[in-house]
Design a binder for this molecule. Structure first.
Ligand SMILES: [Zn+2]
Length: 474
């Protein structure tokens, strides 16, 4: 088992360090052959006679060993003029050989094969593990070369359609492993696509046989009033838009199940990731409800305490009734005329309410994500005509909603007087109380009137001072 020394950043640097040398060769049988460190001299003859270059279709496959006193022993092509494989090919060959050898060792009854084509001939897995009874297949993809999200998605979907679980191990070096220098590793679009699919992002260093797993502490959300804050932190697979932290685990810490790679720690991350997603989604729903409740409460606070609107009634079933026979004109009583007049007035109220609703919705849009203000409008304008709320609603739409100009308590009192048929003096005290309430809740603010102009005053409790107080929207 390899243990990397130093700080985490040092370990990531060591994990990434280029070892562009073969440590694996291939036997005639296709099986991988591993050169242990400091065995180069001892094994040289065997290698020259039996071990071939692991890169597929190599033109000069004969190998020999290289002994280095400080660095690790490795294999190289026997012929000096042999092709010099790109680093990616060398790493890839080492990694594929390692995975095949590891699977052979760990699961001797299953069948691990290099470069195995899938059933439909479209996919060729770097290493395919087939269970003893043939019912489960895991495709190991070792990825050193660049890979677009589209390419990954096509391969992933193709494997899954064939009932094959694909396990992606990215190269420890090159395109796919980009340390940020401060203990973290940048994730690419492909990495994020893999995380989104619910799988971990992993890197393999085949020389030191370590697997890096991306993870990060991410917050569980908590609802405080109508705000979401971060509560406890939970280690999960997906760092969101942040760089990932990387835990380096020995390959032997993992095992393979029908659904892919497992380790005790990896399983915990997978479970945490699921738990966090569910938890934070539930908090978001709670937040919506809390905001709607708060908006409703804010509006209720504006209303006289004994006239808090009830929850809107569910729509009533329409009952067809026979219209009463029309009285002939000569028989119409004064009572009937009065009823007709009241109905006309009620119709007028309803259409005013509709217009008001449209106006307030157009002007303000949804208020704190809720339609509570529209419900309040409907309450204001649909009850019995003598309610205070009627003149309040009318004053609100005439003077406040959609208006930028300032107005006076007297202006409000005039609306109240017109609507409620109260004497102007009584209307002034009612208007002043109502305006006060709106100011307290921050809907209106008192402003100084520079011209000192005196308006007609009421008499009684509400004096001229009150009548001339100027208010406007903050
Ligand atoms: Zn070669």
């Amino acid at each position: 088992m390899t243990v990397l020394e130093g700080s985490h950043a040092d370990q990531l640097a060591a994990f990434q360090r280029e070892e562009r040398n073969f440590v694996y060769g291939r036997l005639d049988t296709g099986d991988p052959w591993f050169l242990s460190d400091d065995e180069a001299i001892e094994r040289r003859l065997f290698v020259r006679e039996n071990v071939l270059c692991p890169v597929p279709d190599c033109d000069t496959p004969q190998l020999t060993t290289v002994h280095r006193p400080v660095h690790r022993d490795h294999l190289r092509h026997l012929s000096k003029s042999a092709i010099d494989h790109a680093a990616e090919s060398v790493f890839h060959a080492n990694a594929c050989a390692l995975i095949k050898e590891w699977l052979d060792r760990r699961y001797p009854k299953s069948h691990a094969q290099r470069e195995q084509w899938s059933d439909n001939g479209k996919r060729r897995a770097d290493v395919m593990l087939t269970s003893e009874d043939g019912t489960a297949r895991i495709a190991f993809e070792i990825q050193y070369s660049s890979l677009s999200v589209l390419e990954w998605r096509q391969r992933h979907d193709s494997y899954r359609e064939q009932g094959i679980v694909d396990v992606w191990l990215f190269g420890h070096n090159g395109h796919h492993f980009r340390p940020t220098g401060d203990d973290a590793v940048k994730l690419s679009d492909v990495h994020r696509a893999i995380l989104k699919s619910g799988s971990p992002v992993m890197w393999l260093n085949p020389v030191i046989q370590l697997v890096g797993v991306a993870w990060r502490d991410m917050p569980l959300h908590k609802l405080v009033g109508t705000m979401v804050t971060a509560a406890e932190m939970l280690p999960v697979l997906d760092p969101g838009s942040k760089p990932a932290w990387v835990n380096l685990l020995d390959l032997d810490a993992f095992n393979v199940a029908r659904d892919g790679l497992h380790s005790a720690w990896l399983d915990e991350l997978v479970e945490n990731t699921r738990r966090r997603k569910e938890h934070n989604e539930a908090v978001q729903l709670d937040l919506q409800e809390a905001r709607a409740r708060a908006a409703e409460q804010e509006y209720r606070d504006l209303l006289p305490i004994h006239q808090v609107p009830q929850k809107p009634m569910p729509p009533q079933p329409i009952v067809e009734t026979k219209p009463p026979p029309l009285p002939s004109p000569q028989l119409r009583s004064p009572a009937v005329d009065e009823r007709a007049a009241r109905r006309a007035r009620e119709d007028q109220i309803v259409s005013t309410a509709e217009a008001a609703r449209r106006r307030i919705a157009e002007h303000y849009g949804p208020w704190h994500g809720s339609d509570a203000h529209l419900a309040a409008v409907s309450f204001f304008t649909s009850g019995a005509p003598e309610l205070d709320e009627h003149w309040q609603a009318e004053a609100y739409f005439e003077l406040v909603a959609g208006q930028q100009a300032s107005f006076t308590v007297g202006d409000v009192a005039r609306v109240a007087a017109r609507r409620s048929e109260l004497p102007l003096a009584s209307s002034t005290s009612a208007a002043a109380a109502w305006v006060d309430r709106l100011v307290r809740h921050g809907f209106l603010t008192y402003v100084w009137r520079p011209d000192g102009q005196v308006q007609p005053t009421g008499t009684g409790r509400a004096g001229g001072h009150e009548f001339n107080r100027v208010v406007r929207r903050p």
